[in-house]
Design a protein around this ligand. Sequence first.
Ligand code: GDP
Length: 368
Amino acid sequence: MLNVLIIGNGQCGNRILDAINREAFGKKSRFAKFYSQQKYKSNVETIAINTAINDLKEMKFTKAKDRIHIPHLHGVGANRNVGKHVFEDNKAHIMKQIEERGNFDVAFVLTSASGGTGSSFSPMLIKEFKEKFDFPVYALVVLPFREEGTLYLQNAAFCLRDIRESGVDGIILADNQFLKQMGGNVESAYNGINDMIARRLLFLLDALDSEMMMVTDLGDFKTVMSGGAGLATIGFFEADSEMPVKSAIRQALSPSGLLFSTDVYDEASRSMVIIKGDRKYLSIDDISAEVEKLSSSVGHVFKGIIVRNEEFPQVLTVLTLESASELENLYSIAVDAINYEKQKKERVSNEKEVDRAFSQIDGMDPSY
Ligand code: GDP
């Protein structure tokens, strides 16, 4: 049995963690967190960390003892410099609470790249983990909608770089911009995206800790994640009717199944494909043919098969990327955002236009 730690930092990380706990409780009752046990096969500890108490209070499926509030007025206001100081001041307290949970085989840290708390806490927390513990740590990082503004874009660029330099064992990318076709208003798009991420992570945990017909384990996952440029994404497809397994695999590798925009045949470096379902849908020849097609352009592909009676085929793909053209696009927009913010600041401090306006009444008094 695997001992798994999942940490959600900041609002986005907290909400994805809550979606994971909701899926794991298996019911949508708001009292689930008080009365029921999580249905993980592995021993999973979940911890939510935030400076904003309201984000923690919003969580419906994560137990109170699993929510750590780091007081700092009303959050850190998207300022990563403030966030880093707050983490440093509270590091000992946070690490103590985590260490009390025991030993782990693997940890996942969930965060947005662009806010204040998650984006500044996550790289520093991962660095602490890598210095103190010897289990692998993976970051699941949510990229912003591109129209969310200059501060979020520049935060995303610096946060991702900080995470890469933290000693992390791999970064799984999920992109709000790419996933926004979920439709509806922002809130329902968030919920849709969070559910997508939660289901993929739970499938992954299931696959790493299951008795399978064809086995993939944590060692295989580590090998996949160590390939490529340290970046990865996850694909998923669940058939809602009888469907040839090869179509389900293709769907899980197609843009509609992925969390980040990439052409897997062009940019992926290593992969893991896990297929779940009733034995009658799992044609080994079809599975092998699809996996061979993928490995001819990707390199190594680990495959796993989990037999679940009476279930339609479900497929999870983990893909590490050797290049990511969409990330290059994001960085070029972020550079514009950083320059824009810099110029704006210079303009304000050089011209002091507002001061000039006030100076017009220097030495004058109001007359009534
Ligand atoms: P923090 O609390 O200071 O770490 O900031 P947030 O986590 O709110 O970061 C802001 C970024 O996260 C923006 O790019 C938002 O679009 C994104 N975000 C906030 N909440 C959610 C959510 O529930 N789901 C998703 N997918 N993205 C979110």
